[in-house]
Design a protein around this ligand. Sequence first.
Ligand code: C2E
Ligand code: MG
Ligand code: MG
Length: 281
Amino acid sequence: RAKKAEPGTICFFEAADDKSARDRKALQADLELAVARDELFLVFQPFLNLRENRITGFEALLRWMHPVRGLVPPSEFIPIAEETGLIHEIGEWVIRRACATLAEWPVDIRVAVNFSAAQFHNTGILQAIVQALAEANVAPHRLEIEITESMLLSKYGSASSILNALLQLGITVALDDFGTGFSSLTYLRKLPFSRIKIDQSFISDMLAQPDCAAIVKSVIALARDLNIGVVAEGVETVDQLEYLRQTNCDEVQGYLISRPASAEQILALLDPKKQRATYAA
Ligand code: C2E
Ligand code: MG
Ligand code: MG
């Protein structure tokens, strides 16, 4: 950027700002129509249980196939959905879709759905979840909600009441991106999480950085002592997988095991005749 605007140059910056604002507005307008136009879909990424050597569940990840722009990543459109309030409609759609998909899978498999902080303000969310489970005829313990530490930081009051209500219903809650926020240990005391997910930044650095490895090992031990599950996110190499096996991590998730896949691909993987979703490394 120029330190000082020369006469005539300032308008270029304005034009650029205008363009990105216009772009955002256009994306926002398109997102409003995306649900009705059936442009949103879910992909699923497995959790591999290391002790049992089987797939225990999948995380549902939202995708938007824009008719002109192609695939728009969630990091781009979720913030727009949050700002505009569209996240409520979209979030409920995600839960309905995830439950309907889960209904076709073996009963020992769970589905995890990501939550936005804004969804803690939607008083209808509990009713929507109960309805989605009933419509799909899925037991509540098979649905897991993933939330992040930063969501608790900003909205602890409303978050804890919704989370406690979810737990009452038998729905499990996982703490996502663990280690990247603040005060996580306090939240572990206050809320009965069923699982923590160690953020992928720790997993990618742990074999090169001893201090990072110490954190990963300690978090796994902490989870075990608290009697809750622990998942390592973003596992990309065999060495990382072996290290996590040695440190008794319960479950792993990452491109090494599988990239997020379509519901059809998952169903093919989960042949019901096999009873169990085994994993062949
Ligand atoms: P997240 O919940 O932490 O999901 C993990 C992200 O890491 C996903 O990106 C996944 O595709 C990616 N990932 C998985 N394994 C690997 C790996 O081995 N290496 C690398 N480099 N990446 C890996 P994705 O699908 O782009 O989602 C990004 C974030 O968007 C999610 O982070 C989540 O916070 C948010 N998100 C996705 N779907 C939803 C949704 O339905 N609702 C809400 N509110 N947020 C969502
Ligand atoms: Mg997640
Ligand atoms: Mg994560």
